[in-house]
Design a binder for this molecule. Structure first.
Ligand SMILES: C[S@@+](CC[C@H](N)C(=O)[O-])C[C@H]1O[C@@H](n2cnc3c(N)ncnc32)[C@H](O)[C@@H]1O
Length: 434
């Protein structure tokens, strides 16, 4: 039988070497290998922990790697060091033995010996001091395992103190929240049923249909399987809640896969009106349809369409939940910090503007468009919407109520520390009468 550490290690390889998405890969592995709650916990901690701390772990490892080692050996060493540095309950000999076993199986006795020697040294010497790194940006980069370009950007936008706060927040485990399918049950009923299933549940203070659920495997709950709840981060739920949807409206959700916000909107419209949910990727349309069917929603149609190409018809509401760098969701997808780069951000900005320029033509007079991203990069957020408005005087901001201060604002940048949730950007514009 495959051990939890082997499974964790294989998942790390899939993410760091083969480019798999951590959250999708982990769900897949957990579905294939029914683990005990304790083992699920260990598996999640090992994969997420190692991914989140990669740069820090490599800094700790460096002095002990004297010869050239293969990429897979290095990744195995990171996972082992993660357990040694950040998890108290695992005895050092168990960490080393399991790592040596995996190394021997994959690379033979010699590799096993190398791993053994490196880990023995690394676990008996004091850890290198991160404080000794003189350059502040580099120091933060190693401490919070974030590439320096991200530290630099955040520092420019938010200042040093807030950057450190955001960076620390991104290392915390994501809070598990679910959205209650209001077409099937009330939040109170959902709370009661989840408690009956053995979860600890709390209704959120800001969003009535958002529940905070403690306990492993909410995907295994009966409520989830019956389409009565969906897993969704609280910040992401703010988007549909802020659209000010009215029954009977015609809505376009142009970047909609896997359909989280489309389904949320369909739940609010409750079978009235019409939602067109499109995505550029054909293979993702099935995911949207799967969610529509599972949640038992009507009045929503999913189809492939490139949002930079013309649509037919006009809409009362348009949601552009744009493709973005995803730097707000590092708690859920920690590997993004290593795969994203400045050039990709620049390309994304172009696509975001192209999509806005295109779909804005399909907004009815007086209609409203919400632009949202799951990033905290100002270039993709404030910069995009102000650039769009400058070129389109026929549009104006519609203010939103900031859920933190209750003030009316034009743009809303949510940070992870605001609601112990993802970083998200939300703004709303209207096509004026003339
Ligand atoms: C942030 S995700 C959307 C998440 C979705 N709104 C939800 O709540 O589940 C962005 C989506 O935009 C899609 N996308 C990227 N470029 C696109 C384009 N040119 N036209 C339409 N969709 C696009 C991606 O495939 C991706 O599914």
């Amino acid at each position: 039988m495959t051990t939890v550490r082997e499974l964790s290690y294989q998942t790390l390889e899939a993410v760091l070497k083969d480019g798999a998405y951590s959250n999708l890969k982990m769900n897949e592995v957990l579905q294939e290998h029914p683990l005990s709650p304790a083992d699920r916990g260990l598996y999640t901690a090992l994969v997420y922990g190692t991914l989140k701390r990669k740069l820090t772990l490599d800094f700790y490892l460096k002095p002990y790697v004297k010869t050239k080692i293969k990429g897979w050996v290095r990744r195995l060493l990171w996972m082992s060091l993660y357990q040694f540095v950040y998890m108290d309950k695992i005895p050092t000999h168990a960490i080393i033995n399991e790592a040596v076993e995996i190394a021997k199986q994959r690379g033979g006795k010699q590799t096993g010996n190398t791993v053994n020697a490196i880990l023995r040294q690394a676990t008996t010497q004091p850890l290198r001091s991160i404080d000794s790194i003189k350059n502040k940006e580099e120091q933060l980069s190693i401490r919070y395992s974030l590439p320096t370009w991200i530290i630099r950007h955040w520092k420019t936008h938010f200042g040093l103190e807030k950057t450190e706060e955001i960076a620390a927040q991104m290392l915390l485990p994501a809070v598990q929240t679910v959205r209650v399918n209001r077409t099937k049950l009330t939040p109170d009923e959902a709370v009661a049923q989840l408690i009956e299933e053995g979860y600890r549940v709390q209704q959120d203070n800001d969003i009535a249909h958002c529940l905070i659920v403690e306990g492993t495997g909410v995907m295994q709950s009966q409520l989830f399987r019956e389409g009565k709840i969906s897993i969704q981060d609280k910040s992401s739920m703010f988007v549909a809640e802020m659209i000010d949807l009215q029954h009977g409206q015609r809505v376009l959700d142009c970047c909609s896969a896997p359909g989280g916000k489309s389904c949320h909107m369909a739940e609010i419209l409750d079978g009235t009106g019409e939602i067109l949910a499109t995505d550029i990727h054909d293979h993702k349309i099935g995911l949207i349809q799967h969610n529509i069917d599972k949640l038992g929603l009507s009045g929503i149609q999913a189809r492939q369409h490139d949002a930079t190409a013309p649509y037919e018809g006009t809409f009362d509401r348009i949601l552009v939940d744009a493709p973005c760098s995803g730097l707000g969701v590092l708690r859920h997808k920690p590997e993004i910090r290593y795969t994203m780069n400045q050039e990709t951000v620049d390309q994304l900005v172009k696509i975001q503007l192209q999509i806005l320029n295109n779909v804005a033509q399909n907004l009815k007079i007086g209609g409203e468009l919400i632009y949202s991203t799951c990033t905290i990069e100002q270039m993709e957020n404030e910069n995009v919407i102000y650039t769009f408005l400058k070129a389109h005087p026929e549009f104006e901001f519609v203010t939103l109520q900031d859920p933190r201060t209750k003030e009316q604002v034009k743009t809303l940048q949510l940070l992870p520390q605001d609601f112990d949730a993802d970083g998200f950007f939300i703004t709303k514009i209207r096509r004026k009468d003339q």
